[in-house]
Ligand binder design. Structure first.
Ligand code: CP
Length: 338
């Protein structure tokens, strides 16, 4: 994809290395606005329909925040029961209706392929905020931007890096999308660290192998976390056939400071798409890591706003106009010097 204007962002297959670099370039230009050092009104008058038919904290709020930071307005619907989908309306009809109100759509839905179905009826750009176990392209982009920034701290690149993907690699859509995006880079070593039964789907393993990357499939963390990036995931309990089945995996792969010290490299960067399951019997990324400088989870969150601002600016054709519509920030902001 070279021209983003009016395009949908549905899956990472539509992106290549050039388009990823364009998104990152625009995302980095958004930093002063996300930090409230400056304001821009470039999307003043534009409306985002933020349609979330499945639970979300950061994706939903950061899409809305990103649109607001560009000067636009946000209208939301959350949950299937509060929309006319519960009365049998099709995704196509819903899209035709929403297109009459909004200039862009961000959407999450529990069914794989549902956001693409919706996009067939939409006359405005649709950005996929997660469709069931399938894809989460904006999470993959923010993860990749985080990886690039974190590795830069240690004079390293994505090309040639070693990443350990840990946990539920079967249902975790973020690791599916991230693995595909990494196929645009060179010589990446993947350690796929998952319990038997939750390993990465074969189709994605094939894609990664065909990109020339090296893969190790392992079922234990011991000896397999000495990577540049350790990307932990949540057991996606809501996607299992039964709670009983999900319970078999709860708490099987926990990373604490002691595990980090014993099995990671001295500066392995710890990532997680969040939410981390912090219930006692799961505790997949322990709170005792919160003061570890290499815990990047809250920097991922900040990068999510930048990526979503960039995608709105690009799909609505204002990426070169952001500064032109700039104004001062008169209020105190704790983010200004962050
Ligand atoms: N990472 C992520 O998708 O988080 P939410 O489910 O809170 O949006």
């Amino acid at each position: 994809m070279s021209n983003f204007v009016s395009k949908h962002i549905l899956c990472v297959n539509e992106l290549n290395r050039d388009s990823i670099e364009t998104i990152f370039h625009v995302a980095k230009k958004m930093e002063p606005y996300a930090k409230k050092q400056k304001r821009t009104k470039v999307l003043e008058g534009a409306v985002l329909a933020n349609l979330f038919f499945e639970p979300s904290t950061r994706t939903r709020v950061s899409f809305g925040t990103a649109f607001n930071l560009l000067g636009g307005l946000v209208r939301e619907t959350t949950g299937m029961q509060s929309s006319a989908l519960a009365k049998g309306e099709s995704l196509y009809d819903t899209a035709r209706v929403i297109s009459a109100y909004a200039d862009a759509v961000a959407m999450r839905h529990p069914d794989a392929g549902s956001v693409a179905d919706f996009a067939t009826g939409s006359t405005v750009p649709v950005i996929n905020g997660g469709d069931g176990p399938n894809e989460h392209p904006t999470q993959a982009l923010l993860d990749l931007l985080t990886i690039e920034k974190e590795l830069t701290r240690f004079d390293r690149n994505i090309d040639g890096m070693h990443i350990a993907l840990v946990g539920d690699l079967k249902y975790g859509r973020t690791v599916h999308s991230l693995s595909k995006l990494l196929c645009h880079y060179k010589d990446v070593k993947f350690s796929m660290v998952a319990p038997d039964g939750l390993q990465m789907p074969d189709s994605i393993l094939d894609t990664v192998t065909n990109a020339g990357h090296q893969i190790e499939l392992v079922n234990t963390m011991e000896g397999n976390l000495a990577a540049d990036i350790v990307y932990q995931t949540r057991i996606q309990e809501e996607r299992f056939p039964s709670q009983e089945e999900a319970n078999k995996y709860r708490g099987g792969f926990r990373i604490s400071q002691a595990i980090y010290d014993a099995h990671c490299k001295p500066n392995s960067v710890l990532m997680h798409p969040l939410p981390r399951d912090s219930r006692g019997d799961a505790n997949e990324l322990d709170n005792d890591l919160n003061n570890n400088d290499n815990l990047a989870i809250f920097r991922q969150v900040q990068n999510g706003v930048l990526i979503r601002m960039a995608l709105f600016a690009l799909t609505l054709g204002v990426d070169e106009l952001v500064e032109k519509y700039e104004t001062d920030v008169p209020w105190y902001s704790s983010k200004k010097n962050s």
